[in-house]
Design a protein around this ligand. Sequence first.
Ligand code: FAD
Length: 342
Amino acid sequence: MSRVLIVGAGLTGSLCACLLRRELANNVHIVLWDKARGAGGRMATSRSTNDSVCTADLGAQYITATPYYFQKHQSFYEELLTHNILKPLTATVEGMLIKEEGSLNFVSPCGVSSIVRHYLKESAEVFYNYHVTHINLKNNKWEVYRKGSILEYFDAVVLTMPVPQILHLQGNFLQLIDETQKLKLEAGSYSSRYALGLFYKAGVQIDVPWAVKYITNNPCIRFISIDNKKRNLDLSSAEPAVVVHTSVSFGAEHLEKAKEDVEPLILEELEKVLPGLPKPSSTKCQKWRYSQVTQPVQDCPGQMTLHEEPLLVCGGDGFTHSSFDGCIKSALRVLEVLKSNL
Ligand code: FAD
């Protein structure tokens, strides 16, 4: 039986693992490693340190399906809607740019990471706090090291982290990639931004007439969501949480600062945009160094095969676009490659 390692328990990695299990369960042993403490990647739902019931989506906010993708990926949408993982977005949104006429927006009542957790339930052995550092080709297997210098061998490896993080890995696999592929990978790029979650005790009123607002006239703040309201949770009993996303220019300007130093700057601007906002019981500041893809890797839609035998393939939104559909598209392409190779 082939041992397959999928690196990354974000949407692409989790979906790859789930689809591979559905199609090749008897032929492969799938293992999923993620350096984080939990599932989701950039579809992260964070908990308040004071109250684990109070949660907020710090990365992806909602799923926007264009008419083309709603039809193309119909089975994925139907599955998530049937399981109530996705529900139509009905809350008031101010200032959202309509990407395409006829697009539908969905939210995840249990937080956006519940999409990823749905696929993980069915997929593989998942190990968190497993940070891959080196990948070497040795005796026709992949020798994969994780932090702590612990190594394991695999017949195939799938990398789903943002492309610059693939290029930061060490090991002899980098010498096996041809120059043209390396140049294409190096040209892939992402925006950067910060997210700040403000968590409140039940009963605190956040008195604004909208659930989500896009801000256009502030140098720091681009987006604010009253997360429980966005997700249509029972407003009388839910613990409110506010999520702030900074603008990309603010993210770039403060990228190398410590997030502890950036948080007060965001709070200062927030006070200007929403004066009198109640004091939260806890906060969480997240730096998204690789937030959304600005330039996908060229000429390899969905995946890039770095080595054929044994197989080393990379996927993720860096090979498509930063969205639910971009990740599905990549996972399907990676699955094709795995199926024809294993
Ligand atoms: P990731 O989610 O980045 O997963 C990669 C995983 O690899 C991570 O879990 C990471 O911990 C792990 N990893 C990295 N390096 C290693 C290593 N060395 N060893 C082990 N594990 C490792 N999309 C939408 O559809 N709608 C939105 O509203 C939306 N808004 C967004 C807002 C923000 C602020 C951000 C950041 C993203 C947003 N996106 C949105 C984009 C969407 O979140 C991404 O396209 C999607 O989550 C990418 O999934 P992925 O699995 O390809 O990558």
